[in-house]
Design a binder for this molecule. Sequence first.
Ligand SMILES: C[S@@+](CC[C@H](N)C(=O)[O-])C[C@H]1O[C@@H](n2cnc3c(N)ncnc32)[C@H](O)[C@@H]1O
Length: 254
Amino acid sequence: MDRGNQVPVIRISEPQKLPSLLKMPGIGTSATKRRLKQTFIRLLLNIYHRSMMRPRKVKILDKTFIVLPGTFSPVWTLTSRFLALNLDVREGEKVLDVGTGCGVQAIFAADVASEVVATDINPIACECARINALINGVFPKMDVRQGDLFEPVGGDEKFDLIIFSPPYLDGEPRDMLERSWMCGKGHDVIRRFFREARRYLREGGRVRMVYSTIADTDILLQILERYRWDWRVVARKKYPLEEIFVLEARPYEG
Ligand SMILES: C[S@@+](CC[C@H](N)C(=O)[O-])C[C@H]1O[C@@H](n2cnc3c(N)ncnc32)[C@H](O)[C@@H]1O
């Protein structure tokens, strides 16, 4: 799926390695600036999500979604829509969407994929994703399972593409809702994701993940290296406070 022409996304003709991307002027943030920005974003995320008392109907590109209170809203933040535009799902592929939230990525993927499995640790998010799969007519193709990362996926199940829009703010989540944006000490959720994901990929399979320069890019690089992932940045977009980008990662041996 490629809806890239609908927004002014900077497409990289020659995909770049993350270190070279971070050396470009204006990208990469000092630790202090990053902490300040993260505190501010965390506050806004909490205010916005906790003031949501009833389900909301939102539009992402050409699709409508219901967002239940207690789940991550894909409209208020920049990353959900950007990743949905850059999934690059191919006809007939089997796709896994980890941390599906209200199901945005899984539902866009299901337009093209033959089968989509979506997981989320938050039971309300799973309910929400099922409702949205029904509304968007992809319920028969989509299997939503509640649990931690790959826990709800069978040991023998393998995918062509694993999608991840992770929580990436530093620190421990205080409750289930905060798991949507807080990734735990030492980037726990992202670390475990890259430690385990290769087991669930078919030969030649890939991960597409969205990330931001508001988050700790050094730790992401360490994780990718530690768990032997080759990666490139396939799309990026600059905003006043941050630059967001989509990584494509493939496991390598050695
Ligand atoms: C940033 S939101 C992204 C939601 C959705 N994929 C999107 O693009 O809008 C992160 C999601 O990951 C889920 N999550 C966080 N930690 C998780 C874990 N350990 N296992 C599964 N899902 C997790 C959260 O509940 C939340 O729904």
